[in-house]
Design a protein around this ligand. Structure first.
Ligand code: ZN
Length: 331
């Protein structure tokens, strides 16, 4: 299997046929023989997620429709098949799942989805809201993993959104240069010894009350150096998303500099629930919020007024291959 190549060149991993799922399903098993799973992960290019869902369905004796993601306009043609097959479970990343939910809302289609299996990127409040509106009966089952390590953590419907629990026999050492993961083989997909995930992982609490809870804050490289001041991408985006009327946001970097995470100017692209005539006013609010939230931002803008742009867009930029919405886009 290979990584999706979301942020860099694909990496190759060797995995056993069962992908470690015989062992994993002893700990976390969302599917059963009554599940009819619509697998919205893209197949091909050795990308693991699609095949992982296929194997999970096989082990659970579920029915599975390995369709991959849909364009909004395709949904009405497919709904009859979904209903006749009895689709009651979805698998995908949050961007794809929220798209699917919004398509169902736009076309006024009711699918009786009771379970959603997600991974590969965190939920944003807007995406969770779309899911809750389209599928009010659903419960969320999460996975944390990478193609080099396979699945390391999971969550159940009782868990706090975006909090995951390390699987047994897994150890994570939190580290500034990226969390290190170790596990014995013991039926899991592959043995690991202090493998650097490149993720920023911190210990957490979960409302389910179980221990070994973690939160994945993002990739180690998800920082922006703007005129020598360092900003964390997720902090910037959390502030932008907290502005009333903003549905989601993304950082676009431009300007030729030595490191690709440093920039002479950044553009914050955001989407909104409001009508487009309110976009400019909302953009000004977002800009003001960023200036007041970061100590260095005001002084940077005094010296370099052009260093920060805020722009309302119809859609954020995605990676075609994986249909993920990265926090940072380089242009
Ligand atoms: Zn939990």
């Amino acid at each position: 299997m290979s990584s999706g190549g979301t942020t860099g060149a694909p990496k190759l991993s060797w995995l056993p046929y069962d992908l470690g799922l015989e062992r994993q399903c002893q700990e976390w098993n969302p599917l059963d023989a009554s599940s009819v799973l619509l697998n919205l992960f893209n197949p091909g290019r050795l990308w693991g997620s699609h095949y992982y869902m296929q194997e999970l369905a096989r082990i659970s004796r579920s029915v599975v429709l390995p369709t991959g993601p849909f364009e909004q306009s395709e949904i009405p043609n497919w709904i009859e098949i979904f209903l006749r097959a009895g689709v009651n479970t979805l698998a995908g990343n949050p961007t794809t799942l929220a798209d699917f939910a919004e398509s169902c809302l736009v076309h006024k289609l009711n699918l009786p989805i009771t379970k959603i299996i997600w991974m590969a990127e965190p939920w944003t409040p807007q995406k969770l809201e779309s899911i809750a509106m389209a599928f009010p009966e659903t419960s969320l089952w999460g996975n944390y993993g990478a193609v080099e390590t396979w699945v390391m953590g999971t969550s159940t419907p009782k868990c706090t959104p975006n909090v995951l629990h390390l699987l047994p026999e897994h150890i994570v050492e939190c580290h500034d240069s990226g969390a290190l993961i170790s596990r014995k083989s013991n039926g899991w997909a592959i043995p690991l010894l202090r493998y650097n995930l490149g993720d920023r992982v911190v210990p957490s609490q979960c409302k389910c009350g179980r221990g070994r809870a973690i939160r994945v804050l993002g990739r180690i490289g998800d920082t922006v150096s703007l005129r020598s001041a360092i900003f964390r991408a997720e902090e910037i985006l959390e502030i932008v998303r907290s502005v009333s009327g903003v549905s989601d946001a993304q950082i676009v970097l431009s300007g030729k500099t030595e490191k690709n995470t440093s920039a002479s100017s950044i553009t914050i692209c955001f989407t909104t629930f409001y009508e487009s005539r309110h976009a400019q006013l909302l953009g000004e609010t977002v800009r003001r919020q960023l200036v007041t939230s970061f100590v260095h931002m005001a002084s940077i803008l005094t010296k370099y007024p052009d260093a920060l742009h805020v722009k309302c867009v119809d859609n954020l930029i995605r990676v075609d291959r994986t249909n993920k919405t990265p926090m940072i886009i380089h242009r």
